[in-house]
Write a protein that binds this ligand. Structure first.
Ligand code: TPP
Ligand code: MG
Length: 553
């Protein structure tokens, strides 16, 4: 608010402050650094006040993408997402006010804490509680509802008390007896396996887990978002024999990895029926989901890992590197890698997924962020594109939500820019996935973030038609009646979405064109680019022992 306004609103000689300014100050006091959103009545003033307070405001093109971006910043910095929503005026509640909706109740289902302050004076304590709830225990989003009339309402500046920034989350450790039991189970394992999940990445447990892997010489697998906690090219990484490792392991230690669909619920046929799980998790309710664990280690994953390390320091132990288990895993990795290489080296055009990712991997800077979404695009890309640093892969993860990619990429690029690391963001999108938040390309160009978008274009969802088959099909009737629901328009020029806003666009059909466009995009550190990569519309994954979503039948 300007000084003149302030004076005009002042009540006697008391200085006045608006609801918007109180929100901004309360967020700043809780160390909030970024705000993502779309403004309009009644929240515009909140964004303006936040900017004045030194919070970076990033205007997005869709609230979903704004939330995805904010959640990625939260994951990367350990400060999860607070959603602030403008709601209708209190005096019009139940009358059918503009955009009236039971937002607090609706958000309760999706958040750890959902509340509407009862007055401007209570905003700081509600915001402190929202921030604290979002980072304590298992992290998660929180919602604060702001009635429209609060935004411009003025109160006496001395009537508002700001809560100090909440303390960092307390660190909990596991019971000593459980740690001893876990160490014993690991020592007695014939076919051990560590699984490193997103929780380990979030807990910044990379140093401890790496020590454990190297001291005990244990094989490990990352989950999709656990990639990079230990580099993918570490000799103990058995990701290339994932199915085999899961299927025959007799002891599995889960570091912040849930036994959900991504890990096939921990059940046969993907696992041995008597496999012993050791679960390390910050969330007590997670322990015992789907399978009864042999040992549960409740606590901060970094702290629990250190407890385990101390145990193995006291009585050193190594899993024998010459065991038949290591041999089985190495052989399977070799044959799987050979099969991928064989597909990658195919010279036929249009290219297949493996050829594309092989060429991308060749040029990928080791410190870059890899963002990805799609179905085949994400699943195959994950196996070929390597991560060498923790928290440098962001993908559609547990929910498999399409549309997250551009928001995630924007968040990673903003952090890279703020930290001045020169790190690049490579965002690998299926053509369908790209469509969900495609207009965020304008956001990328507006903030001039040098993101490289790769659209792996097979003209469809999982698969599509080539242009001739598409035309042939249309002879049989209207597209709504005859087009397979997975099909998208063939040969769409997605790169023109980028050129429309001043970035660089490439339409590539051959490995040489891909290599050249990627080299140029990487060399240009000042501008974003989009490489639209045409692949064989019927290309698929290489044969799998099990489908990713194994049905129980
Ligand atoms: C929000 C949302 N809507 C729909 C889906 C269903 N879905 C799963 S993958 C996918 C897109 C896959 O196609 P694409 O991104 O082109 O990748 P491809 O498999 O073709 O490489 C869709 C729409 C979803 N996961 N999330
Ligand atoms: Mg596709």
């Amino acid at each position: 608010m300007s000084e003149t306004n302030r004076a005009a609103c002042s009540d006697g000689d008391e200085e006045q402050v608006s609801g918007a300014e109180v929100i901004a100050q309360a967020l700043k006091t809780q160390d909030v650094e970024y705000m993502f959103g779309i403004v309009g009545i009644p929240v515009t003033e909140i964004a303006v006040a936040a900017q004045k307070m030194g919070i970076r405001y990033v205007g997005m093109r869709n609230e979903q993408a704004a939330c995805y971006a904010a959640s990625a910043i939260g994951y990367l910095t350990g400060r999860p997402l607070i959603v602030i929503g403008g709601s209708s005026e209190r005096s019009q509640e139940t009358m059918g006010a503009f955009q009236e909706f039971p937002q607090v109740e609706a958000c309760r289902l999706y958040s750890k804490f959902s509340a509407r302050p009862s007055s401007i004076e209570t905003i700081p304590s509600i915001i402190e509680k929202a921030v604290r709830s979002s980072i304590y225990g298992r992290p998660g989003a929180c919602y604060v509802d702001i009635p429209a009339d609060f935004v411009n309402l003025q109160v006496n500046v001395n009537s508002v008390r700001y809560m100090e920034c909440c303390m960092p989350p307390p660190v909990s450790i596991a019971e000593t007896s459980a740690i001893c039991m876990a160490a014993t189970v690991i020592r007695n394992a014939k076919k051990p396996l560590l699984i490193i999940g997103k929780g380990a990445a979030y807990a910044r447990a990379e140093e401890g887990i790496r020590k454990l892997v190297e001291r005990c010489k244990l094989p490990f697998l990352p989950t999709p978002m656990g990639k990079g906690v230990i580099p993918d090219n570490h000799p103990n990484c058995v990701a290339a024999a994932r199915s085999r490792a899961l299927q025959f392991a007799d002891v599995i230690v889960l570091f912040g990895a849930r036994l959900n669909w991504i890990l096939h619920f921990g059940l046969p046929p993907r696992y041995q029926p008597d496999v012993k799980f050791i679960q390390v998790d910050i969330c007590a309710e997670e322990l015992g989901n789907n399978v009864k664990p042999a040992v549960t280690l409740l606590g901060d994953i970094n702290a629990v890992t250190k407890q385990l390390l101390e145990q193995f320091d006291k009585t050193p132990w190594q899993y024998p590197p010459e065991s038949s288990w290591w041999k089985t895993l190495r052989e399977k990795m070799k044959s799987n890698e050979a099969a991928s290489k064989e597909l990658a080296s195919q010279k036929s055009l249009p290219m297949n997924y493996y050829t594309v990712f092989y060429h991308v991997q060749e040029q990928l800077p080791r410190d870059c962020f890899v963002v990805s979404e799609g179905a085949n695009t994400m699943d195959i890309g994950r196996t070929v594109l390597q991560n060498y640093l923790p928290r440098h892969r962001l993908d559609a993860g547990t929910f498999g939500t399409m549309g997250v990619g551009l928001g995630f990429a924007i968040a990673a690029a903003l952090l890279a820019k703020a930290r001045n690391t020169g790190q690049r963001v490579i965002c690998v999108e299926g053509d369908s996935a790209f469509g969900f938040s495609g207009m965020e390309v304008e956001t990328i160009c507006r903030y001039n973030l040098p993101i490289i978008l790769l659209v792996v274009n097979n003209n469809g969802i999982y698969q599509g038609f080539d242009v001739d088959s598409w035309k042939e099909m249309l002879k049989f009737g209207d597209a709504t009646a005859v087009a397979p629901p997975v099909c998208l328009l063939p040969n769409s020029h997605y790169e023109q979405v980028m050129t429309a806003f001043g970035g660089k666009g490439y339409f590539v059909q051959t490995p040489e064109e891909l290599q050249k466009s990627l080299r140029e995009s990487l060399a240009d550190t000042t501008a974003p680019s989009l490489i639209n990569i045409m692949i064989e519309p019927q290309a698929t994954r290489k044969a799998q022992d099990f489908h990713w979503l194994t049905r129980s039948k």
